[in-house]
Design a protein. Structure first.
Length: 230
């Protein structure tokens, strides 16, 4: 992650190269089956910037002068370079480009911060999908809200989030499938700064579907490092 001055406003650029491992089991053509995957997923590049309430700073700045309301946007590009086998249905990579845009607003009240976001996912075609098929996907829309509470002066915080997504119906070889996603996700995150620029995060996520989409519970531990200063 790198903080930047984006035309006088604060922004950042981050690059993510995910690695994942998992086990899947289910019934395929009447028979119980399972599969394991581990490897790299699709790398992601994201530009985030604020356009209201968060000017860029050089060096130290007075936090008492920061605005209570901030609005911003981001664009993330997910590249098709993750592990993908065209003869397998379950893969860690998607073999297509994905463009994820998002805009949101945050408002601070003392140690509390309330955030709301709206997002849009756009997908290019996967022309070498499972068995040589062609996969396309309709746009996917998201809405998220977060409630964040600062715990200590050192910067540790805890957050609760809820998100809803709808859309993303798949089209395989020009045949539209009954795969429209409609699902809810709930999450809880705790962040603990270690030293300047180093942070450990612990996250719990639960997903529940209304139409299509996964039902899941997940635990994630992540390490974040940032350098430089704006």
């Amino acid at each position: 992650m790198r903080a930047i001055d984006f035309f006088g406003m604060s922004g950042k650029v981050d690059v993510i190269v995910p690695w994942a491992a998992g086990n899947w089991d289910g019934i395929y053509q009447g028979e119980q089956t399972d599969v394991k995957r581990d490897g790299f997923g699709d790398p992601r590049i994201r530009l985030s910037f604020n356009f209201i309430g968060a000017p860029a700073y050089s060096g130290s700045f007075d936090t008492s002068k920061t605005n209570k309301t901030v609005a911003g946007a981001s664009l993330q590009i997910i590249t098709p370079f993750g592990e993908n086998f065209t003869d397998k249905l379950i893969n860690l990579g998607s073999n297509r480009w994905t463009f994820r845009s998002q805009a949101g607003v945050a408002h601070a009240l003392g140690k509390w911060i309330l955030e709301a976001y709206g997002g849009l996912w756009l997908f290019t075609a996967n022309n070498n999908f499972w068995g040589g098929s062609r996969l396309r996907q309709r746009p996917f829309f998201t809405l998220k809200v977060h409630l964040i509470y600062t715990l200590t002066a050192s910067g540790s915080w805890i957050a609760f989030g809820a998100g809803y997504g709808i859309g993303g119906r798949a089209i395989v070889n020009d045949l539209e499938r009954d795969t429209r996603i409609s699902s809810l996700r709930l999450g809880l995150v705790y962040a603990l700064p270690l030293t300047a620029g180093h942070t450990i995060k612990l996250g719990l996520t639960s997903g529940r579907r209304f139409e299509k989409g996964p039902d899941f519970d997940a635990l994630a531990v992540s390490y974040q490092y940032h350098w430089g200063g704006i």
